[in-house]
Design a protein around this ligand. Structure first.
Ligand code: FAD
Length: 558
């Protein structure tokens, strides 16, 4: 009753197109900001406010109850927020002059016009399925209905699946199809999985995926889908009772473009820092929209839930009259990969190199918590920063535990404008089961500070060969047992604990010093520096990072 009464004297009429992440954040926040606004949400699918990010895990049977994906219903949103949510309603066009949208109610085929004072587009991004023979057999995952279709397609007797695309959703799907007992192949066009990671980090992920029985084919492509298998660009075939396409998403801009709203250079809807489109009464948020990059301000498409939700909230504030502004985005993301977590924020090294921007890369392999407390897990962390300003440019992490926390701390540091060596000073919560007295983030700061003060002169795994070709001798400071298991070509072995006594065996000329993870190499490099050696460089991340990078390089050259 209260709902109807309020609607009789609305302060404004706001129509939202798209009732999931950005759209529902906008609608519910607007209600909290303005009790008298009339708020109508049109959602094309049969559900609002569903957990898109949980969909792969319902396919895998980890989220067992389908209803758990449905965070709200039109009824619950009406009851709590007095929002008029209409599912199964597709907005077909926008008449900016008349300030109306034309809507089709798919339940009865009726079409009607709905007026608005302000319009919010949160139409998202659609999975892209490439044009190829048999395309119609490829399923994609975006909505609850897609999940139902995928679940219905998986039946007893089905044994094989091909996932097209090795990005975040592709990997999640592959894992969940393994949980369903299928033998899975991922086909990825690029030369690595998970594009936001650099290849030596992505290789750790790939090893994990392969260790769980998934075949990974990179630098390859599905060109045709047949009844029971797929044909790849190299002419080979793979059995595929099920085919899922997850090669990426494209912003849904059809409505905006048809209404004459300006699109940006990346094909998303162009908005200002208050999410306003080229029409002052139309706002847009989420995957359909371009965002400025935190580092260089360039337009980016960032299909991530956090950004969509935050910008949804912000746009409601703007409409309610608050002077708030969206900040550039750094695309912080994480994915679970079987036993591992893989996360990234900011730019990666590939992008920095391609743009010609100077950077320093630091690799560490800390334990997730104090090693003496049971259950500590190794992780690989990578920090990228500007050698002049020490601005943090990006970070990546892969490991079984604690990667989320470290990348989130670094993402926060980036947002707050901390420098790389400031990470050394962060006071982070510590007890042995949660971290280390010198947290992995502190350690990254220590290494950054050492690099900046000249105590450490790191060389990247991909620079090592050129340094050795130029005459540097690899000096392996691991134990003799470790050395015997494999070393860099031409390496001399002097374990770090014996180095002071065996200085006369240290080769003349430039030295590439290394150990397994980097720490013993750094200690040995300091011993050499104190003994007058000036041409010493340390292999960043030790042989573990080098090995992952070289495995990727060998594979990508074939
Ligand atoms: C399977 C999957 C897993 C994901 N996992 C993660 C994750 O772990 N972490 C993360 O950060 N992000 C994840 N994402 C991405 C995240 O879900 C999106 O970034 C976020 O939902 C974008 O919000 P949005 O409001 O822009 O679009 P959406 O949430 O997609 O909502 C857009 C809605 O608009 C509706 N719509 C479109 N056009 C019309 C129209 N003309 N009329 C009416 N309705 C219309 C669509 O039906 C759709 O429901 C995942 C996405 C998927 C699909």
């Amino acid at each position: 009753m209260g709902y109807t009464a309020r609607m009789e004297t609305p302060s404004r009429k706001v129509v939202v197109i798209g009732g999931v992440a950005g759209g529902m954040s906008a609608a519910t926040r607007l209600r909290r900001m303005d009790e008298r606004a009339s708020i109508v949400v049109f959602e094309r699918s049969g559900y609002v406010s569903f957990a898109n990010c949980g969909l792969p895990y319902h396919v895998g049977g980890i989220i067992t109850e389908r209803d758990d994906l449905l965070l709200q219903t039109p009824q619950s949103l009406a009851a709590r927020f007095a929002i008029d949510v209409r599912v199964g309603h597709e907005v077909m066009s926008i008449d900016r002059g008349a300030k109306t949208v034309t809507v089709t109610d798919h339940a009865n085929g009726l079409t009607f016009d709905e007026p608005y004072d302000q319009l919010i587009l949160s139409t998202g991004a659609a999975p892209f399925v490439p044009d190829m023979p048999g395309r119609e057999r490829a399923l994609a995952l975006r909505t609850v209905e897609d999940t139902d279709r995928l679940n219905a397609a998986i039946h007893p007797g089905m044994t094989t699946a091909v996932v097209i695309g090795g990005g975040f959703i592709g990997i999640e799907l592959a894992e969940n199809l393994v949980h369903r007992g299928l033998s899975v192949t991922i086909v990825e066009f690029a030369d690595q999985l998970l594009a936001p990671l650099d290849p030596e980090m992505a290789m750790i992920v790939e090893r994990e995926v392969v260790a769980n029985g998934v075949e990974v084919l990179t630098k390859n492509q599905v060109v045709a889908i047949e009844e029971r298998d797929v044909t790849l660009a190299d002419g080979s075939t793979r059995p595929a009772d099920l085919v899922v396409a997850s090669i990426g998403v494209r912003p849904e801009t059809g409505l905006a473009a048809a209404a004459g709203l300006t699109l940006g250079e990346r094909g998303g809807i162009a908005v200002d820092d208050q999410q306003r489109t080229s029409d002052p009464d139309i706002f847009a948020v989420g995957d359909a929209v371009e965002k400025p990059d935190a580092l260089d301000g360039s337009a980016m498409l960032v299909p991530l839930a956090n950004v969509a939700n935050r910008h949804g909230r912000l746009v409601a504030d703007v409409i309610a009259g608050r002077d708030v502004h969206a900040r550039p985005v750094q695309a912080t993301a994480i994915v679970g990969v079987f036993r591992l977590q893989a996360a990234a924020t900011g730019w990666n090294e590939k992008r920095l190199r391609a743009s010609g921007r100077p950077y320093v890369a630091v690799h560490t392999h800390p334990a997730s918590h104090a090693k003496y407390y049971p259950g500590a897990q190794d992780m690989a962390l990578k920090l990228l920063f500007d050698p002049q300003t020490e601005r943090i440019l990006g970070a990546q992490g892969v490991g079984a535990e604690g990667v989320d926390k470290r990348i989130d701390v670094i993402a926060t540091a980036m947002k707050g404008g901390l420098r790389a060596s400031d990470l050394a000073d962060l006071e982070l919560a510590y007890a042995p089961q949660f971290g280390s007295a010198k947290d992995p983030v502190n350690m990254l700061g220590f290494v950054a500070e050492n690099v900046q003060t000249g105590l450490n002169n790191p060389l990247q795994w991909h620079e090592a060969q050129a340094y050795m070709d130029a005459g540097a001798t690899p000096l392996d400071v691991r134990s003799a047992e470790e050395f015997a298991e494999g070393a860099l070509p031409g390496a001399v072995n002097i374990p770090v604990d014996e180095l002071r006594a065996r200085l006369d065996e240290v080769p003349d000329g430039p030295i590439l010093i290394y150990c397994l993870l980097g720490i013993r190499g750094h200690i040995a490099a300091r011993i050499l520096a104190h003994n007058g050696y000036t041409q010493v460089r340390g292999l960043a991340g030790g042989i573990r990072t080098w090995d992952a990078g070289m495995e990727w390089q060998r594979r990508s050259l074939t």
